[in-house]
Design a binder for this molecule. Structure first.
Ligand code: CTP
Length: 505
């Protein structure tokens, strides 16, 4: 029995793992069999990043969704007829839960009759073999791969294979889908699939793609990691028209798409994983006039709120830019607080499209300097604790004050930070006299001897120090290092980190 559980668990983020465990638990409590399916399994097998978790249950997922909501999940779309829920699991990971079903077509190309089914029937009704694989999450067969149509071998051959001759007739949108998957994965169409595809185009089935399906594909293209390769594949096959004749005529905004992709890479490097579907959609439609964009979105079935989110996005981002350039944002800490709350897609849009250098340099400072300083704040916390300040609101306030100073370039070294911390808190340094008393204890044999010699000690000790430089190199060196180690431990710990930050600037 191939065990895909290990592979799966090693690829899931902690949030995704928690979501999977919860869905498993809830399904088991309701007596439903549950499987990971579709895109999740395909991406797992091909090594692509796992963007979302798609579950299929042999039962109605609505009660599972209700329970998940109680734990902080957010239901985005619920289709009661299809028993399908799209949601944002707690921890901000995307996913869906669908009831296993069979789409029964009385005649090819007619509206299917939905029948609740087993997982095997569900897998067989799907579009392509690479999407028809599941992993069992049930106790008795956990980790078992279900691959009734041999999708694994198609993945190995790098081919997209449609499951029946009626695949495109039953759902013409699959003409767009087959090109999207092939372009995304660098696969080709399997030979018979290619023949069925050509036949469907000859019969002009692409003209029968419903506007809603076309809209869903447009959104899917905007969510792609490399939207341009998908859009080009559609253009090469004259299928962009199926989404919008105006878009086909004016072409997607490839330059704007490229700029946004570059920004996405920079954001990844800075440790962010932004969702850029909205600005990407705007980039795709960038060559169309405002009213053409509005009409396209309404034609492909966007609801008015969805259209508004896209059409007003630029205005909203520019408004944010205006605020960022305003008087209230002069101090870095104020700009930091503002940018911390600014949605990442707006930040990405500004980075890609703005020509206001002052706004851009603030955003870049936020990503590359301020955020790393923020992430290094536990070092300041440890220093403050080492100084003996008890935890509490006052403690947090001091840390925030130091952070604000760090953003202006102060407190770069642990020593500087300690000075700042002492000044803010009023915690005095230990009296120097004490340190002097301590030194001899850790000092050299000569120092002990000097102490023992009473009144002449001071002079002789000084002389011994001077002599030692020439005569006995090892001993003074030890004394020096002992003095260094006298510094509090947290400072020693934070020093290399602060050096790193320093060199980055
Ligand atoms: N599906 C299908 N026919 C369609 C649309 C979807 O058979 N016209 C099936 C596929 O098996 C697909 C699953 O439903 O895997 C979920 O569809 P969707 O979420 O659109 O695709 P994903 O495979 O999850 O791909 P993506 O990575 O683009 O999200």
């Amino acid at each position: 029995m191939p065990d895909y559980m290990f592979l799966l668990e090693s690829r899931l983020s902690p949030e995704q793992r928690a979501a999977m465990m919860r869905v498993q638990e809830l399904s088991s409590a309701l007596g439903f069999n549950v499987y990971l399916t579709g895109g999740t399994v395909r991406d797992l097998i091909t090594g692509a990043s796992l963007r979302d978790l798609d579950f299929t249950v042999e039962g109605n997922p609505s009660r599972i969704a209700r329970e998940l909501e109680k734990g902080g999940a957010k239901v985005l779309v619920e289709d009661e007829k299809l028993r399908q829920v799209e949601l944002l699991f707690a921890g901000d990971c995307d996913g869906s839960i669908s009831a296993a079903r069979d789409d029964h077509y009385v005649r090819p190309g007619t509206r299917p009759e939905i029948r609740w089914s087993t997982i095997m029937e569900d897998l067989r009704r799907r579009d392509f073999s690479l999407n028809a694989i599941a992993i069992s999450l049930n106790p008795a067969s956990r980790g078992l791969l279900l691959d009734p149509t041999n999708g694994l071998s198609d993945v190995e051959r790098a081919e997209v294979r449609a499951l029946t001759i009626h695949s495109f007739t039953n759902q013409p949108v699959r003409l767009l889908r087959v090109l999207r998957f092939a372009a995304r994965m660098g696969f080709k169409m399997e030979q018979r699939t290619q023949e069925w595809f050509d036949l469907a185009i000859e019969r002009e089935l692409h003209h029968t793609i419903t506007p809603e399906d076309a809209g869903a594909e447009l959104q899917a293209a905007a969510r792609e990691e490399r939207p341009a390769v998908v859009l080009k594949a559609w253009e090469e096959h004259d299928l962009l028209e199926a989404i919008s004749p105006v878009l086909a005529k004016k072409h997607p905004g490839y330059e704007a798409i490229g700029r946004l992709m570059k920004v996405r890479e920079d954001l990844f490097t800075a440790g962010f994983r932004p969702r850029l579907a909205t600005p990407m959609l705007l980039a795709i439609l960038g060559r169309l006039k405002d009213r053409e964009q509005a009409s396209l979105l309404s034609k492909v079935g966007f609801r008015s709120a969805e259209s508004a989110a896209v059409l007003e996005f630029e205005e909203v981002a520019l408004e944010a830019q205006k605020e960022l350039l305003g008087k209230k944002m002069k101090a870095p800490i104020d700009a930091y607080r503002f940018l911390e709350k600014l949605p990442l897609d707006q930040m990405a849009y500004l980075l890609a499209e703005s020509n206001k250098s002052a706004a851009l340099s603030k955003i870049r400072a936020y990503l590359n300097k301020w955020r790393p300083v923020r992430l290094g704040l536990p070092g300041v916390t440890a220093q403050l604790e080492a100084l003996g300040m008890p935890r509490g609101p006052k403690f947090d306030n001091v840390v925030e004050q130091v952070f604000a100073m760090q953003l202006t370039g102060r407190g770069k070294t642990p020593e500087e930070r300690e000075k700042i911390l002492r000044k803010i808190t009023g915690i005095k340094e230990q009296p120097k006299k004490k340190e002097k008393e301590k030194k001899p204890a850790k000092g050299t044999d000569k120092a002990h001897a000097a102490a023992a010699m009473g009144s002449a000690a001071k002079h002789k000790h000084a002389a011994a120090k001077a002599d030692a430089k020439h005569a006995a190199k090892g001993k003074p060196a030890r004394a020096k290092s002992a003095a260094k180690h006298h510094a509090p431990a947290p400072r020693g710990k934070t020093a290399p980190a602060s050096k790193k930050r320093h060199s980055r600037k």
